[in-house]
Design a protein around this ligand. Structure first.
Ligand SMILES: C[S@@+](CC[C@H](N)C(=O)[O-])C[C@H]1O[C@@H](n2cnc3c(N)ncnc32)[C@H](O)[C@@H]1O
Ligand SMILES: [Zn+2]
Length: 279
């Protein structure tokens, strides 16, 4: 079976198109990338790595998978599906930039059924992409936002869900009129947990929409989803901490306090900003 969406994949070293050749993808200059047994390809150039094992580590990926699979962020996925169904058509190409372990792209794919858009997910963490490739059959890549190995003007909708967007690379990969859905934490996101782990809680908005506009994107719409989770167990609170930057930012006293929480409900406050790219 041919590697899905091969026609838009590019060599991360020189940008040339890739061809499939006995278990690997190759460009004309001979750069070669093995197709892993699980069906993903590592297209992360050595020059795009800032550390030996970039992105989320194995433990963070496992924590996020368990937490998301328990359905605590299902309303977020549902809102995303609703939004994307208004931006994409069955012939579109949807790319999840910093896809993590693939939960949101899988929810999108389930929402569209068999005749939906082509789905590509990439993440700089090989652990995340390995987990994503186990979820469902899509085009999964280890790659960086800083050097997206996709053809110029090839993407209709780009998702950046709690991600680290690189607007210049996004604008190159997007078709004229293509959109980026920026999913960020709203001011009250996980408020109750932040009250426990920080001496003082900042209630601020993400600056991503402004950064996108500064990079030449035009703002289209913004919607939000807010709700209270079911009471979370001690293990789920720990998973939640492991999947957010709060684990690293919290004081050690705050982390200790968080470990004692049980049957603890938190606010989910997520903002979806849609910005559009015109060449
Ligand atoms: C907070 S997680 C969000 C994952 C997923 N979108 C979700 O919401 O479940 C951020 C993700 O960005 C990835 N990441 C960090 N830097 C990246 C980069 N330069 N390019 C692509 N992915 C990156 C991390 O490995 C991690 O999986
Ligand atoms: Zn090459």
């Amino acid at each position: 079976m041919a590697f899905k969406m091969l026609e838009i994949l590019c060599c991360p070293i020189d940008g040339q198109p890739l061809r499939e050749q006995t278990g690997s993808l190759r460009c004309e200059s001979g750069h070669s990338f093995d197709i892993a047994r699980r069906g993903y390809v590592n297209l992360l150039a050595a020059s795009d790595k800032r550390s030996k094992d970039p992105g989320d580590n194995r433990e963070m990926v496992a924590a996020r998978s368990a937490f998301l699979d328990a359905g605590h962020y299902l309303p977020v996925a549902q809102k995303l599906n609703e939004l994307v169904s208004g931006l994409a058509a069955p012939e579109s190409v949807i790319v999840d930039a910093g896809c993590g372990e693939g939960y949101y792209l899988q929810q999108l794919s389930l929402g569209w059924g068999d005749s939906g858009p082509a789905m590509v997910g990439y993440d700089i963490s090989k652990w995340a992409v390995q987990a994503a490739a186990r979820r469902f059959d899509a085009t999964w890549l280890v790659a960086s936002n800083r050097n997206i190995p996709l053809a110029d003007n090839s993407v209709d909708v780009l998702l950046s869900i709690f991600g680290f967007p690189s607007y210049e690379s996004f604008s190159i990969a997007l078709k004229d009129g293509g959109s980026v859905v920026l999913v960020t934490a709203g001011p009250r996101h996980l408020y109750e947990l932040r009250e426990v782990i920080y001496p003082q809680v900042k209630v601020s908005e993400s600056g991503e929409r402004r950064l996108a506009e500064n990079a030449g994107f035009s703002f289209q719409q913004s919607i939000g989803v807010q709700y209270q989770t079911e009471p979370l167990s001690q293990l789920e609170i720990s998973q939640l901490l492991h999947m957010t930057p709060h684990l690293f930012r919290a004081t050690s006293e705050g982390r200790d306090k968080a470990q004692t929480l049980d049957q603890f409900s938190v606010t989910v406050d997520v903002v979806f900003d849609v910005v559009c790219w015109r060449n």
